[in-house]
Design a protein around this ligand. Structure first.
Ligand SMILES: [Zn+2]
Length: 673
């Protein structure tokens, strides 16, 4: 073959070779252009392929820490005696600490959160009296308290090897801050039958050691929930005056009358991340057995119009739905307790709190009940997303809050028909927009970026809004994932996530792995941009569009002008609509817009307007909440059509001229004859 080619080449003249070179070059350039166009069209007219991922999407292997591989957990016996007058407990924490990490430990740090909490006149404090060896009470362990960080380091007498236990007893006193601001306090007047003692973060809680950070010794932070604990078994003993009513993590095992006091014993049966209790002489209590779980509510008489029967009903509905949807709640008790605080509510294992401030919120009862139900459902969902599946809330607090908000929406969808039920409220005195609108308008309104995947420290240093990213945008991204992979796949993924990671700690990557397994393909193209980019996509049509009237083909290019400011290109399906010269829609198709995208479509009519429709959960940056589309007026289509008509005109003119010349010459010839 090579020989023949050379032969032909040798026999060609110089000008023939020159012409052939030009021909080959043109063919080469044309083929490149064709290939490029094919690639562009191929990329845009099909479902998103793996543009960002090199990992295998079809398998995931959870790599849990040691404690999460077996049934070994730390065990704590927490025993407190309450001093009502001084809002104080005298405590003993018997620690049976299990080393679930692959290193020898010589020290163990504990959180002492109370002193970091807000107060009015009396600060909270955990005072460590002493630490002694469990088997040899005369052997004291050294410890050091760093009150600024609310951290205590306990020095072990011997190095603790992996999969071994260290046993010691911490004797401490804890005083509650006065309220009504933070997560722990005593507040309310006895004369109004309204005093509540709320004990949370009131005892030394062991820090978590992990591969990412080593020891997590973060202080009590006022942005987000800073809680990150290993699971542990708890036996909890509380001695209180006999008229005091208690709401406690765990199920009541027994009680012992000791003169004017009663000593109660609670046990959580399964591991939990921490325990809490609340005490009041004035609690109204209602209980109901729901699928073997003793559901109880504790509230003040003054709040009866909101709490009575409603609290129990909402808690029951949430428990039933989340049990059925996510996986079984394993504990035997679930409490909903009224609290004094600045925020709406707070979650603890088997016990959640809701603020009494709702009593004073304006509007009619239905408005206050709407808020009450929202808070109750959000906090109860945290039993699945915080307690059963734990997250490092300092590094990825958006993960459990995002799920809690998504779950609240799912409750709204299941009982009231809309995932946006708890996002929108239209009272004359209060109007709220759904999250999708708030997220689309966020940059326009706040001029702030809204990257989700940031630690609490990064949110603070970048001056961005943890609350918005975690409670508004994060649930919306989960909902977008549901709309993208379909409801059944999404729910299957959530169930598998729960089943795989309950009693453990999960990361965002673990969640992505689960959904990729369920979806049977990589989802890096979804997770990387939506969780890590600071800005939403902002699409613009390029003016370089083209319409070929011969075959009715329209080519359009869409750019994302946010792309240079983001780390990962976005991909999402967006409806493309085409309108004719009578402004009638004659074409509508879902298009994948992957970064800058060229779309080529064949049309049956002459197009006038191309429209990207931002309905459903198309997520784009907007500056007008009601303008849910992007239009391109195809102004030079008329010119193209005119050109086409001119061509015919020219052709017919030439033909006519030819005919005239032919006839004239024939006529002349005839005349000569
Ligand atoms: Zn929450």
């Amino acid at each position: 073959m090579k020989k023949i080619t050379l032969l032909i080449w040798n026999r060609m003249t110089r000008s023939q070779i020159f012409n052939l070179k030009i021909l080959i070059s043109v063919a080469f350039i044309t083929s490149i252009c064709f290939t490029a166009c094919f690639l562009v069209f191929n990329n845009t007219s099909h479902k998103q392929t793996n543009i960002l991922d090199s990992r295998s999407a079809l398998s995931f292997e959870p790599v849990p820490k040691l404690s999460q591989n077996n049934d070994n957990y730390s065990h704590y016996e927490l025993s407190v005696i309450m001093d009502e007058v001084n809002s104080f407990v005298e405590g003993n924490l018997t620690v049976n600490f299990y080393n679930n990490d692959l290193i020898n430990l010589s020290q163990i740090p504990f959180h002492l959160y109370l002193s970091g909490m807000k107060y009015q006149t009396r600060p909270g404090v955990i005072e460590i009296i002493n630490i002694t060896d469990k088997d040899n009470p005369s052997l004291a362990l050294d410890f050091e308290v760093f009150s600024d960080q609310q951290i205590m380091w306990v020095n072990l007498t011997n190095d603790l090897e992996p999969e071994n236990y260290a046993e010691f007893i911490i004797k401490f006193n804890a005083t509650l801050p006065d309220g009504p601001y933070d997560r722990a306090n005593s507040h309310g007047a006895d004369i109004l039958n309204a005093r509540i003692y709320k004990f949370t973060g009131f005892y030394p809680i062991a820090c978590v050691y992990d591969n990412e950070d080593g020891w997590n010794i973060d202080p009590y932070l006022h942005v987000g929930d800073p809680f990150y604990f290993d699971m542990a078994y708890y036996d909890f003993y509380i001695e209180v005056p006999d008229a005091m009513l208690l709401a406690v993590s765990g199920a009541l095992q027994d009680k012992e009358h000791l003169g004017s006091t009663i000593r109660y014993h609670y046990n959580t049966s399964y591991p939990v991340r921490e325990v809490t209790f609340s005490a009041s002489r004035y609690f109204q209590v209602e209980s109901k057995l729901v699928n073997g779980v003793n559901v109880s509510i504790f509230y003040l008489f003054k709040s009866s119009s909101i709490w009575s029967s409603n609290g129990l009903k909402y808690a029951e509905q949430a428990l039933l739905l989340f049990n059925e949807t996510f996986g079984k709640y394993p504990y035997y008790s679930l409490n909903l307790v009224e609290e004094y605080t600045e925020y709406g509510g707070m979650e603890y294992p088997t016990q959640v709190y809701c603020t009494e401030a709702i009593d004073g919120w304006g509007g009619d009862l239905s408005y206050r009940l709407w808020w009450f139900e929202l808070i109750v459902v959000h906090e109860i969902s945290h039993q699945w997303w915080y307690n059963l599946i734990g997250n490092d809330e300092v590094d990825i607090g958006f993960l459990d809050e995002g799920f809690a908000e998504w779950s609240t929406g799912y409750y709204g969808e299941s009982y009231y028909g809309s995932w946006e039920y708890f996002q929108t409220l239209d009272y004359s005195y209060h109007q709220l927009a759904p999250y999708i609108e708030r997220v689309r308008m966020y940059y326009h309104n706040e001029l702030l970026q809204s990257k989700i995947n940031q630690s609490t420290y990064e949110f603070i240093s970048s001056n961005t809004d943890y609350y918005f990213a975690s409670y508004r945008k994060a649930p919306l991204i989960l909902e977008k994932l549901r709309q993208t992979i379909g409801h059944l796949n999404f729910i299957e993924g959530v169930r598998l996530y729960f089943e795989t990671w309950k009693f453990k700690h999960a990361t965002l990557k673990d969640l992505q792995d689960i959904f990729e397994f369920v979806n049977k393909s990589s989802l890096a193209w979804f997770f990387l941009p939506w969780y890590n980019n600071p800005y939403l996509p902002a699409y613009r049509f390029s003016n370089n569009y083209d319409y070929n009237a011969d075959n009715g083909t329209l080519s359009l290019t869409i750019r994302d002008v946010s792309e240079p400011a983001n780390k990962y290109p976005y991909s999402q399906q967006v409806p493309l609509e085409i309108y004719n010269t009578n402004n009638q829609k004659f074409y509508s198709e879902l298009m994948w817009i992957n970064s800058t995208t060229t779309i080529r479509i064949e049309l049956s009519q002459i197009p006038k307007i191309a429209r990207l429709s931002y309905n459903n959960y198309v997520l784009v940056q907007l500056d007008n909440p009601s303008k849910l589309y992007l239009d391109l007026i195809l102004t030079n289509i008329g010119t193209t059509i005119l050109g086409f008509e001119l061509g015919i005109l020219t052709l017919s003119s030439i033909m006519s001229m030819g005919l005239i010349i032919y006839l004239t010459r024939r006529k002349l010839r005839v005349a000569i004859k």
